[in-house]
Write a protein that binds this ligand. Structure first.
Ligand SMILES: Cc1cc2nc3c(=O)[nH]c(=O)nc-3n(C[C@H](O)[C@H](O)[C@H](O)COP(=O)(O)O)c2cc1C
Ligand code: SF4
Length: 331
């Protein structure tokens, strides 16, 4: 019988639990591009309260991107210094940590907002080179791995999406070609670093094609996958039935690939998660808003003080781009 708090292996790591913390906005960072004491404290709180694996908030590959005001930047002069502090804090509690690196708008080689079908080979090489430099910085900062944001609406997910990619060269057309840019990035990172490479990848409209994407990534160097979806305001509200589709798809992926697969959110109930990990092939679940609501909730679950997150899934924190709960009531 599996349990959230048994100590599963996840690739080369042994985890304190099956729960992965996903981050998103680092709005506390808006005015000063270095990490504040609050942020260091948040990582310490997460790490000492039974999380299995941490992914950071978004780290923008490019400084002037759609969300760069609310994210960290790989180009910050203080990136390595600050994140060395973060990684050493969480490692004290034997928690591995991955740096989530992505970009939304493609502004490279002096051009702005390049559409997927207009990318030149030179542009593709520039993006790949930038990811390689980012991965080297991530390794210097002491991270255990990197998460490539190739899901949600990040730019690389748009290259993979058959509805957006109409290219006729080696980077378009069949599924392998659409995933090629990501595979080449994974290979570059593996050659230059020892980082674990996780891919945050979408369930697109076409489930068969989405499964094929996951298999191709797994067979071509990805060390683990986190399954998510294009998001709409309604998507991750309580009781949304399309959450079941994500579970169904994630179960299918986990049963067909030989690397760890993380269900990307929508869970808030310990008993439901324990049922899921015992009744399906899913072994790991990531959570985002429950940690914003209460970064210590996993300790409460483990110590039988509660078993359901008090997050109301109102999404106010998401829309305000905050990593702090905006519902002010008693916990
Ligand atoms: C309305 C909404 C939109 C989101 N959009 C994004 C996004 O564009 N990129 C991203 O990395 N995460 C996004 N997230 C966060 C994550 O996808 C997170 O995994 C998701 O909230 C599910 O986890 P949770 O149910 O534990 O919060 C969004 C979350 C919400 C609630
Ligand atoms: S603001 Fe709403 S969605 Fe965000 S953590 Fe608080 S209750 Fe949950």
């Amino acid at each position: 019988m599996k349990d959230i708090f048994d100590n599963p292996n996840f690739g080369e790591f042994n985890l304190n639990s099956r729960i992965v913390r996903t981050g998103l906005w680092e709005s506390q960072n808006e005015s000063q591009k270095n990490l504040s004491a609050d942020i260091f404290l948040r990582y310490e709180t997460l790490a000492k309260n039974n999380v299995g694996l941490i992914t950071t908030e978004l780290i923008s590959l490019y400084s002037h991107d759609r969300f760069s005001d609310y994210s960290h930047s790989i180009n910050s002069p203080l990136f390595i210094k600050d994140f060395k502090e973060v990684t050493s804090i969480v490692h004290q509690f034997n928690v591995p940590i991955l740096a989530q690196v992505g970009f939304v708008n493609c502004n490279v080689n002096g051009k702005q907002m390049i559409e997927v079908n207009d990318l030149t080979i030179e542009d593709i090489r520039k993006i790949q080179a930038d990811y390689l430099v980012a991965a080297k910085k991530v390794a210097f900062a002491g991270f255990d791995g990197i998460q490539l944001s190739i899901g949600n609406n990040y730019y690389l997910s748009r290259i993979i999406n058959p509805f957006e990619n109409q290219r006729t060269d080696n980077y378009g057309g069949n599924t392998y070609n659409r995933v090629r840019i990501a595979i080449e990035i994974i290979k570059l990172i593996k050659k230059a670093t020892d980082l674990h490479v996780n891919c945050r990848v979408n369930l697109y409209q076409d489930m068969e094609d989405s499964l094929e994407i996951c298999k191709i990534l797994a067979e071509n160097g990805a060390d683990s996958l986190q399954i998510t979806k294009f998001l709409s305001p309604q998507y991750f509200r309580k009781g949304q039935s399309n959450q079941d589709m994500l579970v169904e798809f994630c179960d299918k992926v986990a049963s067909e690939v030989s690397i760890p697969v993380i269900l990307g959110g929508g869970m808030s109930d310990m008993n439901r998660i324990n049922n899921l990990i015992n009744d399906t092939s899913i072994d790991f679940v990531s959570m985002y808003r429950p940690f914003i609501r209460n970064p210590e909730f996993l300790s409460d679950w483990k110590n039988n003080k509660s078993s359901v997150s008090e997050c109301r899934t109102c999404n106010n924190c998401y829309w305000k781009k905050s990593s702090i709960c905006l519902i002010n009531d008693t916990k």
